[in-house]
Design a protein around this ligand. Structure first.
Ligand code: PMT
Length: 232
């Protein structure tokens, strides 16, 4: 395909939701289908990259040429990300990671309590996977170019810029997930890209289009930030 050549690069991508168990039959999760992350993986492979997809539970086929590592919880995703990031050139966090998990997973199915109209679940914070990867520095701990996503329902640019800085990312893909037909679960998406590289800061507005086409533009920009220039 036209555009930058990614041969020789290893790109690690997280995709899909995480699933946080409450008991043997219940969990907390979200509506991520994995489509955006899988489209990124397919696009990176088309450019010749070696691609590892760390995937939460989704019902999508593995794109040709991609190695997939299946995980369920945020802690499992974190373990896999830590293991793979040191050996990657670009790390893209597209997964919708649950911010919280149950403080304790009940061994047996939680029963309804007679006479009680409500119940309180105790949650604890999950690690911030992408912030952890982005904070790794130093020669022994090689740091990839780190690309995060921001799923927002208001003040898209403001919150995305805050995540770019706070999580020490190189680039962020901000999507407005309150838009019907875009974002979670759909085939289409739109995004505002914000990045910081040696040449300074930049932004690009990507209008609504298929996740596949959007993925091409995101991979292209990430490669550019890494210093890979399009070939003729
Ligand atoms: O899967 P689809 O149905 O195709 O939908 C795509 C999508 C809407 C899920 C995707 O485009 C998207 O926005 N993914 C990020 C969702 C999200 O959790 O956003 P956030 O703003 O809460 O998180 C910001 C960033 O931190 C993300 O890169 C996220 O992966 C990362 N994160 C968040 C929490 C956490 N504990 N660890 C993380 O690494």
């Amino acid at each position: 395909p036209p555009g930058a050549d990614a041969r020789g690069l290893h790109i690690v991508i997280t995709a899909g939701p995480t699933r946080e168990p409450l008991d043997p039959v219940r969990y907390l999760s979200n509506h991520s289908s994995g489509k955006m992350g899988y489209a990124l993986a397919a696009s990176a492979v088309r450019r010749g990259a070696r691609v590892t997809l760390i995937s939460g539970p989704v019902s999508l086929p593995i794109p040709d040429g991609v190695e997939r590592i299946d995980v369920e919880t945020a802690l499992e995703m974190h373990d896999a990300a830590r293991r793979l990031a040191a050996d990657s050139d670009i790390f893209i966090g597209c997964a919708a990671v649950a911010d919280y998990r149950a403080a304790a997973r009940a061994e047996h199915k939680i029963k309804k309590r007679k006479g009680e109209q409500g119940m309180t679940l105790k949650l604890v914070k999950n690690p911030d996977i992408i912030a952890d990867i982005a904070s790794r520095r130093g020669p022994a701990d090689r740091r990839p170019l780190v690309v995060g996503f921001a799923a927002e329902t208001r003040d898209l640019e403001l919150y995305a810029r805050d995540k770019l800085i706070r999580k020490q990312l190189d680039m962020i893909v901000a999507n407005d997930v309150s838009n019907a037909g875009l974002g979670f679960g759909s085939d289409d998406n739109a995004a505002l890209l914000l990045w910081r590289d040696e040449e300074g800061e930049g932004s690009e507005n990507l209008p609504p289009q298929t996740k596949s086409r959007l993925a091409e533009a995101i991979i292209e920009r990430a490669l550019y930030c890494l210093g890979v220039r399009p070939t003729q």
